[in-house]
Design a protein around this ligand. Structure first.
Ligand code: AMP
Length: 854
C-alpha cells in the first residue's frame, strides 16, 4: 500500500493497512520504475467471495469531515476469458468509528458503508510491468465524526482489483489576514455547515467592528464582516499597522492614514497621535487635532466713536492678525474718569451695552445710559478661542469719549441700517426690508417672533406670534451630521473642507471602465508620498463644462468626503487645480452590483448573498445615522470589491435628476426611479431614511433574484397602481422565507412601520449566525396563502401571459401544448432570457393559491 503524502492545503492522516483474508500484498514498479506496493485480489473464477482489507486506526485530528481518495485498478469482467457470471466490477468501502486505537477485530455488521465503488470512465494509464493499468481515482467523504478516530475497510465480493493508494485528509481554511484581522487555520465543519471564526486584530490595531468570517466546508473563507483599524499613532501598511513617522500623526483609530503635522505644530517621536504646538501657539480644547495651532489676535483697529447725548456708538475694524482663527470676539471695559488728575473707576451696572458687553461677534457696540457731561474710557479687547491659553497680554485698544447733555427719549431714533436695541428680556430687531436673518441663536431652542410696521405716522399693531425652533445642530457626542454642500455660500469651500486635493502627477490612469454623467470613469493607480500605491477609480469632468456642471460634479466629492465607513465608497481626493477636474475613489474590482449579479447568476450561497445585504444595510445605517438620505438606493448604485464587500455609492446632487436612466418624471414634475422609490416619496417627495428602507427592500429583491428587474417589464404607471392596491413583489426563486418577510417589512405602506437600518443589520446578523433559519424557502410550499398579496385574477394561459407582459409568447405556449394553468406548473421552460420571470410568476401563481379554471 502506497501512502500518498498530500502536499495541498489538506492535511494527511497517517495510514497503514492490515492485511486480512485473501488479499495479496505485492510489489510492482510504476511508470518511473520505482517500487509501488499494491493490494490485489482477483478470485474471479470462484463464487461466494467475501474478502476484507482494513486499515489501522486513523486519528481524526479534530476534523469532523474526512475525505478518502482511493486509487485503484479494476479489471473489466469481459476482458477476462472464461469467467463465470459471478465476476464483479465493484467493491465496497466501509468505516467504523472508535476511540480504541488497538482493535484487532471488528465485526462486519459493525461497519458503516461509505459507498460501492466502481471503475470510472475517466482514468489514467499506468504501465505496470508488461501490462497497462487503468488507474481510477475516487474521492468519498465521511461527515460528523466525533470519536478519536476510525478504521477504513474494503470489501471484495469477487472482482479483480488492485488497490494502489488510499489518501485520507481533511480540509482547513488557511490562516489569513483580512481587514487587519487575523483568522487562524480553521478545520472545516461537518455536513455543509459554516464555521464562524472571530478574527483577532493584528498588532497596534483595535476593533472597529468585530471582525468575523465563515470557513466553508470546502476550505474557503466567506463573507468577511467587520474590520480592525490601526490605533491612534499607527497607519495601515499591507497586513499590519506601522507607526506614524516623526512629523506626522494620526489622531483617531478611524482615520485612515498618518498625516503631516498641521502648521505651527510638530511631532518629534514616532507613533504620535497628536502634534505639539510651537511656542506661542495653542490648541483650544474643542479644536480638532487636524487644525493648525493658533495664537491670540492683535488689537482692534480704526476705532470710531459717535456720541449722541448720553449714548455712545463705538465701531472698529477687526484685528490685522486673527491669530489664524475665525472665532474672533470682542469684550469691552468701561471706566468713568473725573477730576483734574483724571481718576478712572469702573462704570458699574447702570451702563448698558447693546447687543452686549462681552463676547461680541460684531465690531460695533452701543453704550447707553451714560451720565451727561462725563468722560469715559473704553478698552476694546479682541479675543479668540486661544486667548485664555496664552500668557501674553491681550490685543486691546483704548477710546476716550465725553458725553453731552440728556436729550429726549431715544425711542424715536431712526437709523439707516438695521440695528439692535435692548429691552429687558426680549430683543427688538429693526429692518428696512421685509425679510430678516436672525443669527447667533442657540440650537434646539424655541424663539417667538412678533412683527410690527412703522411709518412716519408711527407704529402699527403687532401681528400674531410666530414660533420657530432652531435645529439641533449639536448632536450626541460621537455622531456626525452630514452637511449639505448647498448650505455653503461658496461650494468650492465645501470641496476644500471635505476632499483632499491630490496632485495629478501621483495618479496613473490605466483603463476606461465606465461612463458617468459627467465623463469617463477610469481605473488606475494612486501613489501618495509616503504611502503604498493603491488602485483607484478616477471620474473626470469632460471638457467644455459649465460652472454649474463643475459644481454638481464636485458636489459628489464634498458629500462622499464626509463619510468614513467600510460599506461606503471611500473618497481618496480630488484634482481641481488642473484640468481635467477629477474625483478619485477606492477601486471596486467587481463593478456595480446589478451587473455583477447577472454575470454570476445562481453562483453564490445564500449566506454570501445575506453577507452582501448585510454590508449594504450597515452602510445605510451609517448614512441614516448621519441624517443623510440617499434617494437612489438601487443595486446599480452599489459597488462590489474583490472580497465581495458591497459599498454604497453615487452621491452626486444632480444624480437623481439627470444621471439615473431609471429616473422618470412624475406628475409633480420631479424625476424619480419609480421602481425603487416608496409611495410617499413618489406622491409628495417625502424622502427620508424610511423611504431609503423601502428602496433597500427592492435591493434585497434584486440581490436574491441575481439582478432581475423589479416588477419585470411592467410599466411605471402599472407599478405605482399595483403598489397602491397592495401588491408586493413575490419572493424570487430559492428565496428564504425570512428574507422575503424582511422585504415585505421594508415595503410597509406606513413609513413608520418599516424597520430602521439598524434593525435590518441586526436581523441579518442573526441569520448569518444561525443559517438554519434560511433553510425554509418561500416558494417551496404550494398552498401557502399570503394575505398581503392580491390574487392574480387570470384563468387562461393567454390572460396570464398578458398579465405578466409576456404576450409575445402566447404562440409558443399554445403550440407546445400548454393551455391550462396546471400544465404550466409542470412545464420545462427553455425560453432564454424570460425563463426566470415566467418561472417565478408560475411560482407566484402557486404560492398565492390561485384557483385555476380553463
Ligand atoms: P457612476 O458615474 O458613479 O455611476 O459610475 C459609472 C460606472 O463606472 C459604474 O456603473 C461602475 O461600473 C463604474 N465605477 C464607478 N466607480 C467605480 C469604482 N470606485 N470602482 C469600480 N468601478 C466604478
Amino acid at each position: 500500500m502506497a501512502i500518498y503524502e498530500g502536499r495541498q492545503s489538506s492535511s494527511v492522516l497517517r495510514l497503514s493497512l492490515d492485511q486480512e483474508h485473501t488479499h495479496t500484498h505485492i510489489h510492482v514498479m510504476d511508470e518511473r520504475n520505482t517500487p509501488m506496493r499494491t493490494y490485489q485480489v482477483c478470485n474471479v473464477m470462484e463464487a461466494s467471495q467475501n474478502n476484507w482489507l482494513r486499515t489501522r486506526h486513523i486519528a481524526r485530528d479534530g476534523a469532523q469531515r474526512v475525505y478518502i481518495e482511493i486509487k485503484f485498478t479494476l479489471r473489466d469482467c469481459n476482458s477476462l476469458p472464461g469467467v463465470p457470471g459471478t465476476c464483479k466490477e465493484t467493491f465496497n468501502m466501509f468505516y467504523y468509528e472508535s476511540n480504541n486505537a488497538n482493535l484487532w477485530f471488528i465485526k462486519e455488521s459493525q461497519y458503516i458503508k461509505i459507498d460501492t465503488i466502481a471503475a470510472d470512465e475517466s482514468f489514467t494509464q499506468v504501465d505496470v510491468g508488461d501490462r497497462v493499468m487503468k488507474l481510477n481515482t475516487e474521492v468519498r467523504d465521511i461527515s460528523n465524526l466525533s470519536k478519536k478516530g476510525f478504521y477504513l475497510a474494503f470489501q471484495d465480493l469477487g472482482a479483480c482489483i488492485a488497490l494502489v493508494s488510499v489518501r485520507v485528509f481533511y480540509k482547513k481554511c488557511p490562516l489569513t489576514v483580512l481587514n487587519l484581522a487575523q483568522f487562524p487555520d480553521t478545520v472545516t465543519g461537518g455536513d455543509s455547515a459554516l464555521v464562524e471564526v472571530r478574527g483577532l486584530c493584528v498588532n497596534a490595531s483595535e476593533e472597529f467592528e468585530a471582525p468575523r468570517m465563515y470557513c466553508s466546508a470546502d476550505g474557503g473563507w466567506l463573507v468577511p464582516i467587520g474590520r480592525c483599524v490601526c490605533k491612534p499613532g499607527y497607519e495601515e501598511h499591507k497586513d499590519f499597522c506601522q507607526p506614524c513617522r516623526p512629523g506626522s500623526y494620526k489622531a483617531s483609530a478611524t482615520d485612515a492614514y498618518c498625516t503631516k503635522c498641521p502648521p505651527h505644530s510638530s511631532s518629534h517621536l514616532e507613533r504620535a497621535s497628536e502634534c505639539v504646538c510651537e511656542n506661542g501657539f495653542h490648541r483650544a480644547e474643542t479644536d480638532p487635532r487636524s487644525m493648525a495651532c493658533t495664537r491670540p489676535p492683535s488689537a482692534p483697529e480704526n476705532t470710531i466713536s459717535t456720541v449722541n447725548e448720553t449714548c455712545v456708538t463705538l465701531e472698529w475694524s477687526p484685528p490685522r492678525d486673527t491669530g489664524g482663527r475665525g472665532d474672533i470676539t470682542y469684550s469691552l471695559r468701561c471706566r468713568k474718569c473725573s477730576g483734574d488728575d483724571i481718576k478712572c473707576a469702573p462704570c458699574g451696572s447702570g451702563v448698558h451695552f447693546v447687543p452686549r458687553q462681552f463676547g461680541l461677534s460684531v465690531a460695533m457696540v452701543m453704550v447707553t445710559d451714560l451720565q451727561p457731561h462725563s468722560n469715559y474710557s473704553f478698552t476694546i479687547e479682541s479675543l479668540n478661542g486661544v486667548s485664555d491659553l496664552s500668557p501674553t497680554p491681550r490685543g486691546a485698544v483704548m477710546v476716550n469719549v465725553t458725553t453731552s447733555q440728556t436729550g429726549r427719549n431715544t425711542r424715536g431714533q431712526t437709523h439707516e441700517q438695521t440695528h439692535y436695541s435692548f429691552k429687558q428680556n426680549y430683543t427688538v430687531l429693526k429692518t428696512r426690508s421685509n425679510v430678516m436673518t436672525v443669527d447667533g441663536l442657540k440650537p434646539g431652542t424655541t424663539y417667538v417672533f412678533r412683527v410690527r410696521a412703522r411709518t412716519e405716522g408711527g407704529y402699527g399693531n403687532y401681528g400674531g406670534e410666530i414660533e420657530l425652533e432652531t435645529s439641533h445642530e449639536v448632536k450626541l457626542p460621537g455622531s456626525k451630521t452630514y452637511i449639505h454642500p448647498h448650505t455653503y455660500e461658496d461650494p468650492n469651500q465645501a470641496v476644500r473642507d471635505f476632499a483632499k486635493e491630490i496632485d495629478a502627477s501621483s495618479i496613473r490612469i490605466e483603463r476606461v471602465i465606465g461612463a458617468g454623467e459627467f465623463g469617463e470613469v477610469c481605473s488606475g493607480r494612486l501613489r501618495l508620498q509616503g504611502k503604498r500605491e493603491i488602485y483607484v477609480a478616477i471620474k473626470s469632468l469632460k471638457a467644455g463644462y459649465s460652472d454649474k456642471q463643475r459644481r454638481d460634479f464636485l458636489s459628489e466629492a464634498s458629500i462622499m468626503g464626509q463619510f468614513d465607513h467600510p460599506n461606503i465608497i471611500r473618497l481618496e481626493g480630488v484634482v481641481t487645480r488642473c484640468k481635467p477636474v477629477m474625483i478619485i475613489t477606492e477601486f471596486m474590482e467587481n463593478g456595480s452590483l446589478d451587473t455583477f449579479l447577472k454575470k454570476h447568476d445562481g453562483q453564490f450561497t445564500v449566506i454570501q448573498l445575506v453577507g452582501m445585504l448585510r454590508g449594504i444595510a450597515s452602510g445605510m445605517k451609517y448614512l441614516s445615522d448621519m441624517s443623510y438620505v440617499h434617494r437612489d438606493l438601487a443595486a446599480r448604485n452599489i459597488l462590489v470589491n474583490s472580497n465581495l464587500v458591497c459599498k454604497v455609492s453615487d452621491f452626486g446632487l444632480s444624480r437623481v435628476l439627470e444621471d439615473d436612466p431609471e429616473a422618470a418624471y412624475t406628475t409633480r414634475g420631479g424625476k424619480i426611479p419609480i421602481r425603487w422609490t416608496s409611495p410617499e416619496a413618489i406622491a409628495y417627495r417625502k424622502f427620508t431614511s424610511a423611504s431609503d428602507v423601502w428602496s433597500y427592500g427592492i435591493v434585497m429583491w434584486e440581490v436574491v433574484s441575481y439582478g432581475e428587474r423589479p416588477y419585470w417589464e411592467m410599466s411605471n404607471q402599472d407599478v405605482i397602481k399595483a403598489i397602491d392596491e397592495g401588491y408586493r413583489l413575490p419572493a424570487p426563486m430559492d428565496c428564504p422565507v425570512v428574507l422575503h418577510q424582511l422585504m415585505l417589512d421594508c415595503w410597509e405602506k406606513g413609513r413608520s412601520e418599516r424597520p430602521k437600518f439598524g434593525q435590518i443589520v441586526t436581523t441579518l446578523d442573526k441569520l448569518i449566525r444561525n443559517p438554519a433559519r434560511l433553510r425554509e424557502l418561500a416558494n417551496s410550499s404550494v398552498c401557502r396563502e399570503d394575505p398581503t398579496t392580491p390574487e392574480f385574477s387570470v384563468s387562461t394561459v393567454e390572460e396570464w401571459l398578458e398579465a405578466i407582459k409576456m404576450g409575445q409568447y402566447k404562440e409558443n405556449f399554445s403550440s407546445a401544448g400548454y393551455v391550462t394553468l396546471d400544465s404550466l406548473v409542470k412545464m420545462d421552460v427553455t425560453l432564454a432570457g424570460h425563463q426566470k420571470k415566467i418561472l417565478s410568476s408560475v411560482q407566484s401563481l402557486q404560492t398565492q393559491g390561485t384557483h385555476v379554471q380553463v
